[in-house]
Design a protein. Sequence first.
Length: 132
Amino acid sequence: MNHKEFEQQFSVRDYELDTQGVVNNSVYQNYLEHARHEFLKSVGLNFNKLHDNGTDAVVHKVELVYKKPLTGDDQFVVKTHAKKSGNVRFVFYQNIYRLPDRELILKGVITAVFMNDGRPIRPPQEVEAALQ
């Protein structure tokens, strides 16, 4: 399976902070989702085009381990790679590292299920080929 690691760089924006001055826990899922979509583009897949063709990758399970907080103006990178799991799932392994010191901020494991008309399906051949 594809173990090519993709990196997407971000900056913390002021409105993502909570009253304690750290990135709100829910914001991390936005970072991870955007990085997954960019990862898919980097391997020749487009999330929106997959949907237009009747295939949806739906988040089935999210596991997040928060190690350290991000704060205002922090720069960071989300590293992503995917691995097939069974017939209908891909697991996205995503870690967030603060820059420039590469301190581990968050470890994420996101399981996606491929669906068509609300039913799990085997991923299309183009998806399997791109993620191998």
